[in-house]
Design a protein around this ligand. Structure first.
Ligand code: NAP
Length: 401
């Protein structure tokens, strides 16, 4: 007789319900791949008053101890919001010897390394593919596809809502407020959009990548995290006139052997892999020292794409539940100069030597980020890192006149 894998779900919202339904939809294929039956034993929810459309034999409860006391439980899928009580719950399931699969990015950004060590100690798997960019298999690519590479840099459009808003501002000429309202009407943005438009969601995701790839994170206070509220329609039009698009990009790279993260709006040229990433899609670009630049694009949220990643995690756990922690070897990196698009009137950029563009009020400049930012500290000009365009550095160099 075929062995049975006993699973439980924590959370039955967009993601939890998506996992429940996906296991049902893909059951035949899943069980053939696992060579095991999959049985959903229980679901933990918060509001016991709501009727859930689930099989009668599935235990639905608001009491986590009822799940912990199940006679057989192999794997727990977690999809609730925030660090607590998810952290306490997952620690308890790991200590009990259950494999854990989670989509909770805030939890992982905060406690990922601690949970990974706990999982290693208890010889169980911890998987979280869905937490970074839903169905885009970025973690499995890093863990299995380019494992022998040194990872020099990863950048990503990691928040679909911000990408949608910037895209609507650019294509339809909407203001930030109008595009945000449209995103809310379409169900892409929450009533409180802070997590998305102020860069927190992308920030958590790039921190998870930093932990996975380099085994550590920069100090949170040292990270430049900017959202998209400051990007004006005027800036978007100026950039567009120069053949550039403003994209919200989270970036992870090494400087002096330490991971450095920025989360900010960037001006990208047509040559950049993110130029044509539109709508609510996500994209990730990874630079490996052997593999070169790899770009992955796809849906970064939604019930089915997120469930897809979590069900794949189930297969991955079954294949190799106690896989050792993966870190890319750290290669020496140096502080580098960057190129920027600077938008402002002549008086705002006075004192800087910049390369004029074909657009009045738009300039290119090259320099070390901290120096450029310091020189613009009291200016109202907008500064966007510039990517995908090669400047003539002898003429774009930053200097005080
Ligand atoms: N939505 C996406 O596309 C997406 C994509 C990737 C990752 N994620 C992550 O996945 C997680 C879930 O997101 P979601 O969109 O599915 O949220 P959601 O629709 O708001 O659902 C949250 C679920 O968690 C349950 N819950 C909340 N607190 C609980 C507690 N203390 N104990 C037990 N159950 C509790 C809720 O119970 P009730 O039903 O009783 O209220 C609800 O079923 C989040 O961490 C999110 O960041 C979401």
């Amino acid at each position: 007789m075929m062995e049975t894998l006993h699973v439980a779900l924590i959370g039955f919202g967009t993601v939890g319900k998506g996992v429940y339904e996906s296991i049902g939809k893909q059951r035949e294929q899943l069980e053939a791949l696992l060579r095991k039956k999959v049985s959903i034993e229980a679901i933990l929810i918060q509001n016991g008053e709501i009727k859930r459309e689930v099989d009668d034999r599935v235990l639905v409860t608001t009491d986590v101890d009822e799940l912990l006391n199940l006679p057989k439980l192999d794997v727990v899928f977690e999809a609730i919001i925030g660090v607590e009580p998810a952290h306490t719950y997952l620690s308890r399931f790991i200590e009990k010897g259950c494999h854990v699969i989670t989509a909770n990015k805030e939890l992982l950004a905060t406690s990922g390394n601690e949970l990974r060590k706990l999982a290693e100690k208890h010889n169980v798997g911890l998987r979280y593919e869905a937490a970074v960019a839903a169905s885009i298999p970025i973690l499995s690519t890093l863990r299995e596809g380019i494992r022998s590479n040194q990872i020099k840099e990863i950048s990503g459009i990691l928040n679909g809502t911000s990408n949608f808003i910037l895209n609507e501002c650019q294509v339809s000429g909407l203001s930030f407020e109008e595009a945000l309202r449209l995103a809310q009407e379409k169900g892409y943005a929450e009533a409180d959009p802070t997590n998305d438009v102020d860069g927190w969601d992308a920030f958590y995701k790039i921190l998870i990548l930093s932990d996975l790839v380099y085994g550590k994170q920069p100090e949170w206070e040292s990270i430049s995290r900017k959202g998209i509220r400051e990007v004006t329609s005027f800036d978007i039009k100026k950039a567009e006139a120069l053949g550039l698009r403003i994209k919200h990009i989270a970036n992870l790279r090494l400087q002096k052997e330490e991971p450095v993260i920025t989360v900010e709006s960037v001006a990208v040229s047509e040559a950049h892999p993110f130029f044509n990433v539109t709508g609510v899609n996500n994209a990730l670009s990874v630079a490996g020292n052997l593999a070169g630049n790899i770009t992955l694009t796809g849906p970064g949220a939604g019930a089915d794409p997120t469930a897809s990643a979590m069900v794949e995690d189930l297969l991955s756990i079954d294949r190799n539940s106690t896989e050792p922690v993966y870190y890319s070897q750290i290669e020496k990196g140096n502080a580098v100069e960057e190129d920027f698009l600077l938008i402002g009137d002549d008086s705002e950029v006075r004192g800087l030597e910049v390369l004029p563009t074909s657009e009045k009020g738009a300039y290119y400049v090259t320099g070390k980020r901290s120096e450029v930012e310091a020189l613009l500290e009291h200016s109202k000009a907008s500064l966007y890192p510039l990517q995908g365009l090669t400047l003539n550095h002898s003429t774009s160099r930053l200097a005080v006149v």
